[in-house]
Design a protein around this ligand. Structure first.
Ligand SMILES: [Fe+2]
Length: 342
């Protein structure tokens, strides 16, 4: 029997005036860069995109519905915009505390793992424009001693899916809150596991889901495309507001402008993540770094397991690409692409 992953839906999340303040904050912040695959790591990650896992699957399958398009269009559909509003106590967008410290989110996080010590870690905005979607993925998990500052993101994802590093894992609760008025862009997720079929939640204004997005596959269905052609969004572009109160947004390139939309056409979600420690001692071990795992241990453990599974004979594959493909293919079992309704 497949177990269903726990999650909490919150509707509404904020009071009307707080929601309006959040929209003002979104506009006032004003400029959003692209969350692209451009960050490369040295060493084991050299030459590979950070989310090699999700990109590998998306390009192989054509997304949740197996739609096949030119590669540059496919990539443009997932090149969305993201900006961080706060990281722990560092607040880049004053006013975001209404999300960071929201009691309903903290309570839902507590319920998710049954852990008492909830420490909000990050709040960031995700913006998808018409025609964009988000490939099915699980989020980047964190372990004591291994996080996105020290390791490639795909390797952290592999670690979690392998189940071999649970004693170092940091349980993280994620809330995704929607503040869009656009059509489409439903949140699609697989609470019954990769083979259990998707559920969808409409991305309704001022509602949220709290879930373990490091374990549960999820993605975003396509935001209703309001132009004939999908603009070819590329890394380095920014989405910029026309100014407070205009509700108008443009994508700027180095030498001009690519497209413009009203707020009502774009999809805005705000993600919130919190560490969920079982007790203060566990929180302290994380602060002290007294029980950290290192990269050699991670790789040796994975390679030994691959040998035990008969997947690897002898030494590690020579190139990072070959190693990453073997690890992603062996440990991350993505949901199959669905049939597109006729
Ligand atoms: Fe995600």
């Amino acid at each position: 029997m497949t177990q269903t992953a726990p999650y909490t839906l919150i509707d509404p999340l904020l009071g009307d005036s707080e929601a309006a303040e959040l929209l003002e904050l979104f506009e006032r912040f004003g400029s959003y860069g692209m969350y692209s695959e451009e960050g490369l790591n040295e060493g084991i990650g050299e030459g590979l995109p950070q989310r090699f896992d999700a990109a590998f699957n998306f390009v192989n399958t054509g997304g949740r519905f197996g739609r096949h398009e030119e590669l540059e269009v496919l990539v443009a559909r997932t090149n969305y915009f993201r900006e961080t509003y706060c990281y722990g106590d560092e607040v880049a967008a004053p006013g975001i505390e209404i999300m960071r410290d929201h009691p309903a989110l903290i309570e839902a996080a507590r319920k998710l793992y049954g852990h008492d010590v909830i420490v909000p870690a990050i709040v960031y905005a995700n913006v998808l424009v018409p025609g964009q979607e988000l490939a099915v993925h699980t989020d980047v998990p964190e372990f004591r001693g291994a996080n996105r500052k020290t390791n490639p993101e795909w390797l952290l994802v592999v670690m979690h899916h392998s189940g071999l590093f649970e004693q170092w894992r940091m349980p993280i609760a994620t809330a995704v809150a929607w503040f869009q008025r656009a059509e489409g862009g439903e949140f699609a997720f697989y609470p019954r596991g990769a083979g259990g079929g998707p559920s969808t939640v409409p991305a309704s204004f001022n509602t949220a889901v709290v879930i373990d997005t490091d374990s549960v596959f999820h993605g975003v269905d396509r935001v209703r495309q309001t132009t004939v052609e999908m603009p070819l969004l590329k890394p380095g572009m920014r989405m910029v507001s026309d100014g407070p109160g205009t509700q108008r947004w443009r994508v700027k390139t180095e030498d001009g402008e690519l497209a413009a939309w009203d707020f009502d056409e774009i999809r805005l979600s705000i993600s919130w993540k919190a560490y969920c420690f079982a007790d203060q001692a566990e929180r302290q071990a994380w602060v002290d770094g007294s029980d950290d795992i290192d990269l050699d241990t991670i790789l040796d453990t994975l390679l030994d397991d691959l040998r035990g599974r008969g997947r690897l004979k002898g030494d590690r594959p020579g190139s990072n690409q070959d190693l990453a493909e073997m690890l992603v293919d062996e440990y991350i079992k993505f949901p199959p692409a669905e049939q597109v309704a006729a």
